[in-house]
Design a protein around this ligand. Structure first.
Ligand code: ZN
Length: 285
């Protein structure tokens, strides 16, 4: 993928686990609990309160920057900043074509562990999207894991992973994410989660479609993306209420489904053809 010398996003933060961590935990965690208690007392919907309250962004109060440990990490940071800028461009354009405004998400890169707006996270969680602070979290060591564990060669798999997480942010903006998460106590929740995941794969394909049109893709990038779609299992959408990760071991769809929906997004490059919620059973997707 051609990425050197291109625009990088302003919405990336490198968050260390230094002194700022404790402060952030105290402010963020306490703030979250107070907001929840208040909203429960007032009979409101805690999700709305959390999502609309600008103070509930613990990630932003962690100001300590980590030091990149090696060239591979530095390169990944730069690469992901450029890919995030690409996602900003494509979704701003698509939302505008629907008369809507795209609110850009943040990307927090961290080492080992981090306090997100959805609670504390450690590196073994893999990349995740937190709706409460509209932020994608990626442990920079994931680069290494991705190469070794999933046998994903090349650079495009990292672009795919980020574009997939940004896809969950798009789902937040369209209201789809909240719709599904509100069903978490229902028996068909996992079924709906698979639809959400395959739609995020489709959205990753939409970003690849845009990159292709701009001439950013190298030969083989789409194949790399497909391999990543098949092999990267376990990202997480964190609970919006904060405090804990999604406890459900939800499915992401089969490898074949994930590849197919990524390719479909790559082919169409729009929002319309990514409706994975048009069928009742996710197995039919
Ligand atoms: Zn996902």
């Amino acid at each position: 993928m051609k990425w050197r010398g291109r625009r990088s996003s302003d919405n990336v933060r490198k968050v260390g686990s230094g002194g700022g961590m404790r402060t952030a935990g105290a402010l963020g965690g306490g703030g979250l609990i107070i907001m929840l208690v208040l909203s429960l007392l007032m009979g409101g919907n805690p999700l709305d309160v959390l999502m609309n309250n600008p103070q509930v962004s613990p990630g932003q109060t962690q100001t300590t920057e980590y030091q990149s440990r090696n060239e591979e990490e530095k390169e990944l940071e730069e690469f992901l900043s450029v890919v995030l800028a690409d996602t900003e461009d494509v979704w701003t354009e698509i939302f505008a074509s629907h008369g809507a405004e795209y609110r850009k998400p943040s990307l927090v890169l961290y080492q080992d562990r981090v306090n997100s707006g959805c609670g504390a996270a450690s590196s073994n969680m893999g990349p995740f999207y937190c709706g409460a602070d509209e932020t994608v979290y990626i442990d920079v060591a994931f680069a290494h894991d991705l190469r070794t564990t999933f046998d994903a060669a090349g650079d495009f798999p990292f672009a795919y992973v980020l574009a997939h997480e940004v896809g969950h942010h798009v789902q937040l903006l369209t209201g789809q994410l909240e719709k599904v998460q509100s069903m978490r106590n229902q028996s068909n929740y996992n079924n709906e989660m698979v639809k959400l995941e395959l739609q995020a794969d489709y959205y990753a394909g939409v970003v690849a479609h845009y990159m292709q049109n701009k001439g950013y893709l190298d030969k083989g990038d789409v194949q790399e993306g497909m391999a990543a779609a098949a092999g990267v299992g376990d990202d997480r959408i964190m609970e919006m209420q904060g405090g804990r990760a999604n406890p459900d071991n939800f499915q992401h769809g089969s490898s074949e489904q994930r590849q197919r929906w990524f390719l479909r997004g790559f082919e169409y490059g729009d929002l319309e053809n990514g409706n994975t919620f048009s069928v009742r059973d996710a197995q039919d997707l």
